[in-house]
Design a protein around this ligand. Structure first.
Ligand code: B12
Length: 211
């Protein structure tokens, strides 16, 4: 099997929500020497996007999305182990991260957490559906170098605005980055964040620059 065929099969397994197949194909792609970033961006994220489209078009229902979510989780769990290699290097600082209130999507955020830990950051992960006040309380307690807000739904943008406004009104000095496929330069400006990222690796580059 070629690299392209292997990635295409993995993408299909994600769309079909076949976790067992996805696990096998991630391992196979790894063994073939395909880069982790390629596996994620060309197969897993593309599969997630297509499952999302099928849901929008009414071909998929919530249980189908759940199966896709499980397959994404199973596949990314394997990839995460290859990020956590540099955990013994000196810490680059603390990052506070969470998915904003009303949004339970947390697979992408958890992946970013693993990437950050692998880069030598200490990460405090508040999980998903995190109210603005919870971000504020933790920011005051931890004084993180950067705060990352994740959100995958259009309505999450208004929660990001609310969260950033609260943090700024309380004089929190941490840099702020927002992440998720719905974001754009315009929405980032509207939110008042320092930057945005639609992909984990782009996010890491931008975080390293911001800090
Ligand atoms: C899996 C999935 C689910 C799973 C989530 C499981 C989980 N534990 O996360 C389940 C089935 C539970 C779910 C539920 C719902 N979902 Co859903 N879901 C998806 C799907 C198919 C994939 C998301 C995913 O995991 N992607 C894979 C990960 C790895 O990628 P990612 O999250 O984008 O993360 C990457 C980047 O965005 C970035 N990133 C993410 N966060 C951060 C943070 C920082 C700081 C940085 C730097 C970077 C960064 O880095 C990551 C790695 O590259 C998307 C489709 C899509 N196009 O995204 C729909 C989608 C997000 N869901 C959608 C909807 C509507 C829902 C529901 C409302 C459905 C319903 N009727 O109940 C509920 C939401 C309930 C709620 N209140 O939150 C819509 C949102 C539409 C919109 N624009 O508002 C989408 C877009 C589907 C669609 N096209 O209609 N969903």
């Amino acid at each position: 099997m070629t690299a392209n065929e292997s990635l295409e099969k993995l993408k299909q397994a994600i769309i079909q929500g076949d976790s067992q197949k996805a696990i096998l194909l991630v391992k196979e792609s790894n063994e073939m020497g395909i880069q982790v970033k390629e596996i994620l961006n060309r197969a897993i994220l593309k599969g997630a996007e297509e499952a999302g489209k099928l849901y929008e078009e009414g071909e998929y229902f919530l249980p189908d999305l759940l199966m896709t979510g499980d397959a994404i989780n199973a596949a990314t769990e394997i990839l995460k182990s290859s990020f956590d290699l540099k955990s013994e290097i000196e810490t680059k600082g603390t990052i506070l991260i969470g998915t904003v209130e009303g949004d339970i999507h947390d697979l992408g955020k958890s992946l970013v957490v693993s990437l950050l830990k692998g880069q030598g950051f200490d990460v405090v992960d508040l999980g998903s559906d995190v109210p603005p006040e919870e971000f504020l309380r933790n920011a005051k307690e931890i004084n993180p170098k950067l705060i990352g807000l994740s959100g995958l739904m259009t309505m999450s943008i208004s929660k990001m605005i609310e969260t950033v406004n609260l943090l700024k009104s309380e004089n929190i000095q941490s840099r702020i980055i927002v992440g998720g496929g719905i974001l754009s330069k315009e929405s980032c400006e509207m939110i008042g964040a320092d930057d945005f990222a639609k992909d984990g690796w782009e996010g890491i580059k931008k975080i390293n620059k911001l800090i």
